[in-house]
Design a binder for this molecule. Structure first.
Ligand code: NAD
Length: 451
């Protein structure tokens, strides 16, 4: 049977409300009781001490709705004000200390220190094998851990060669590197001798890593897929920003987690932006990376190439307007995929919603900023985002409304190992790089001495 909730602070209901010995739930700033109750027992007497509300799931929904509504305002309250409110809370609790607590525990000197976690399993993808592998290995070792590194089977060569050059600088066993087939990753994530997994790869695999690591409660850091939006404001100068936009979109031939994948352009400058991008795309040579004229190389592997082909089939089936589709070398069996720009494809298309890991990009026209920000944020990913324009105040305002771990202004896809990289939503868990990234390779230990 459903519990009946009573909002006891609503004037005329106040008197009628039957509260359970004065213990209420708080929902949306109001005291709430329920038709059903839970009994709280004093273990010293084995007798009932009090009763508290036993709410139903509808009241949980109400509380979650209230917390969601309150979030946008509370997050905008300056930290100094939040601190003042929380201090008043502590003071209020202090006023009732005698009732709330039987004793006071005075802690003396407290020391916080960071200790290494143990054996780190580092798993990296194929798109930036050296940077992403050693971006894990170096801080893990610095913190005092030992490492087992598994690069992607598609791109292990430079990583193996570097490991071979440097391994004798470290004591044996401190840095290990392994390559193997499809079973190796799951063996690492489930291995009881490994204490932490630091993983970079797709969101799909990241979820499997988390699931597998849960069995032994390994610490886990996940850097996953992205579907980064870029918002071009009406005061941007299209011809000035076009090259940087193009490079941000087609970085690594579009095989970048943080490449700009969905571009939202104000209607006043839409045609100038798209014309500039098409001009750059037409002049961009796709080919073998060893040719000095080449600007964009091949797709890295057959699996990825096939995925892109099926995305292209889906685009054709959808009837989406193609703004530009470039050429590829024909005298080779290399995995070259044409640079492709789409003109306002429907927001709900699979190739807009999902991460497209290759040289296919969508450009959208927007009328007003609220609409652009809503569409930019309407994704399950939250790795990076950018805003492009001239007015510094407006750039900052829009940046603060975008939902992603890194927001760039007039640039995109710039990473610095000293700056923390984190993600919103399904783009990851935890932090990599910077001081915060280093700390993820550590336990925090507190030593508290009695005064
Ligand atoms: P992937 O998830 O297929 O593979 C990543 C690594 O995990 C590889 O070494 C692979 O062998 C291994 N692996 C595969 N299955 C596993 C399993 N079940 N358990 C453990 N390990 C397993 O990713 P990919 O195709 O190599 O890389 C492309 C993806 O990586 C894209 O989604 C991209 O956005 C993402 N990425 C993210 C970042 C970031 O910083 N967030 C950086 C680069 C790439």
């Amino acid at each position: 049977m459903n519990a009946i909730s009573v909002d006891v602070e609503t004037n005329d209901k106040l008197k009628k409300a039957k509260l359970e010995n004065g213990f209420y739930n708080i929902i949306d700033g109001k005291r709430v009781s329920a038709g059903k109750t839970l009994s709280v027992v004093n273990p010293a007497t084995a007798k009932q001490l009090a009763i508290v509300p036993d709410i139903d799931s509808a009241l949980l929904d109400k509380a979650v709705g209230a917390a969601q509504n309150a979030f946008s305002e509370w997050r905008a309250v300056p930290t100094s004000r939040r601190k003042a409110i929380l201090t008043s809370m502590l003071n209020r609790i202090g006023d009732h200390a005698a009732e709330l607590s039987g004793r006071s525990g005075a802690i003396g000197h407290v020391t916080k220190r960071y200790t290494p976690i143990g054996v780190v399993g580092a798993i990296s993808p194929w798109n930036l094998p050296v940077r992403l592998s050693f971006g894990k290995v170096l801080p893990a070792l610095l913190a005092g851990n030992t490492v087992i590194l598994k690069p992607s089977p598609f791109t292990p060569l430079t990583v193996l060669r570097i490991a071979d050059y440097v391994h004798d600088l470290l004591p044996p066993g401190v840095f290990n590197v392994l390559t193997g087939g499809d079973d190796l990753g799951p063996w690492i994530t489930s291995h009881p001798g490994i204490n932490l997994i630091t993983f970079t790869g797709s969101t799909f695999t990241g979820k499997r890593v988390l699931e597998s690591a849960a069995a032994t409660l390994k610490r886990v850091t996940l850097e996953l897929g992205g579907n980064d939006p870029g918002v071009v404001l009406s005061d941007a100068e299209p011809e000035k920003i076009a090259q940087a936009l193009f490079d941000s979109m087609f970085l690594l031939s579009g095989q970048g987690c943080i490449s700009l994948k969905r571009l939202y352009v104000h209607e006043d400058i839409y045609s100038r932006v798209t014309e500039s991008l098409v001009a750059i795309a037409s002049a961009t040579k796709v080919g073998d990376g060893f040719d000095p004229q080449t600007r964009l190389g091949p797709v890295q592997n057959q699996l990825q190439y096939k995925r892109l082909q099926s995305v292209w089939e889906e685009i054709k089936r959808s009837g989406a307007k193609v703004l530009f589709r470039g050429g590829v070398p024909t005298n080779t069996e290399g995995l070259f995929f044409p640079v492709t720009l789409l003109d306002n494809p429907p927001d709900g298309s699979s190739f807009v919603i999902q991460e497209v890991f290759g040289p296919i990009r969508s450009i959208f026209k927007y009328k007003n900023l609220d609409e652009a920000i809503r569409r930019a944020n309407d994704t399950s990913y939250g790795l990076g985002a950018s805003v492009w324009g001239n007015d510094p105040v407006q750039l900052r305002t829009v940046a603060s409304r975008l939902e992603a771990g890194t927001i760039w202004i007039n640039q995109h896809a710039i990473r610095n190992p000293f700056v923390p990289a984190s993600a919103y939503k399904e783009s990851g868990l935890g932090v990599e790089f910077g001081q915060e990234g280093l700390e993820t390779f550590c336990n925090i230990q507190v030593i508290a001495a009695k005064r």
